[in-house]
Write a protein that binds this ligand. Structure first.
Ligand code: CDT
Length: 320
């Protein structure tokens, strides 16, 4: 058995007026709770240090800059990293990254129990829109405020296993997990901020929880991996974000789940050896995948006509 005792540290809302010090205090309180329950790794949500700022259109760059981290850890976040190191617990946390040359990414990092940086991921699937759309009840300006991640879907060895990360909207795309699955990922860590109301498609609102579990459970099973999905939930600045924090086994079953929309720690003992049972049988990729039949997946971004599909992948036009 290779057990990682993982904690999903769901957050309740973070108010616009809340400062980093206050948020870090909340994160440390959950770290202590997780430590008391034997966790070796604590996973925090996407953009954990601030309110979910893409809901507003900012005219001023200075106002926008206030939501980004120029260094990680920085002076205000260092106490979290110090505490985790002292407790011998690894963490994964999402934040808005502003690089020295001015690029903006929606980022998460993985830090080992000794405080060393094990890995960094920059969100690839950015939802929402680029321009102000005043007709919406609230904005979702991730396409304006972040560049698509440039680090791919990497995996990192640590905690006795192979760990990957993705962020929020990434969880809805099968390609996200399959690229990590093909590198033998055993646990995918992902934080999210998901408003229940989606202004362009309000008919989906009632299905938020269903879709959340559906995509993560399917991905865990199809890629023989644990998935740890962690929400920033609750009523944040008038926008209701879903909870649904859960830890999912490679069986596709949720083995621990949150029951609130506030700060809440859930913990599960995850035996990474369970991944092998699936990866060596029904999902033995090397025996059963047929990548020659999947060329259209990387040959086009959007939907194409069947005729265009044949131009991209002539195999789709074979008669017999
Ligand atoms: N943060 C994030 O990626 N949220 C999206 C909302 C989608 S609606 C524009 C999500 O996929 O949960």
């Amino acid at each position: 058995m290779r057990i990682i005792t993982v904690a999903a540290a769901q957050m309740g809302p973070v108010a616009k007026a809340e400062n980093r010090r206050q948020v870090v205090e909340r994160l440390i309180a959950m770290l202590e709770t997780a430590a008391g329950r034997g966790a070796g790794l604590v996973v925090y949500p996407e953009l954990a240090l601030t309110t979910f700022f893409p809901r507003w259109y900012f005219e001023s760059e200075t106002e926008l800059d206030a939501y980004y981290e120029r260094e990680m850890p920085g002076p205000e976040t260092a106490p979290l990293f110090e505490k985790a190191k002292r407790l011998g617990i690894g963490i994964s946390i999402g934040y808005a990254e502003l690089t020295p040359d001015g690029r903006r990414f929606n980022t998460s990092i993985l830090v080992g129990p000794d405080g060393a940086l094990l890995g960094k991921y920059r969100k690839i699937h950015l939802p929402g829109h680029k321009e102000n759309e005043p007709w919406r009840a609230f904005q979702h300006l991730e396409k304006r405020y972040f560049l698509p991640g440039n680090l791919g879907f990497r995996v990192f060895d640590g905690f006795g296993g192979r760990i990957g990360m993705c962020i929020c909207n990434d969880r809805r795309w099968p390609e996200t997990y399959r690229v990590m699955g093909l590198q033998g990922v055993e646990m995918v860590l992902l934080g999210y901020n998901t408003p229940i109301h989606n202004p362009p498609a309000p008919e989906h609102d009632r299905l938020s929880w269903h879709h959340n579990s559906l995509v993560m459970q399917a991905a865990a099973y199809q890629n023989a991996t644990f998935v740890v999905g962690v929400a920033k939930a609750g009523m944040e600045e008038g926008v209701h974000h879903m909870g649904g924090t859960q830890i999912i086994a490679p069986t596709g079953e949720t083995i621990a789940s949150g029951v609130t929309e506030g700060d809440e720690v859930i913990v599960a003992d995850c035996d990474l050896d369970l991944c092998a049972s699936y990866r060596q049988s029904v999902f033995a990729f090397e025996r059963h995948r047929e990548p020659d039949a999947y060329r259209l997946i990387t040959g086009t971004k959007g939907c194409v006509t069947p005729e265009e599909a044949v131009r991209i992948d002539p195999a789709l036009g074979h008669e017999d």
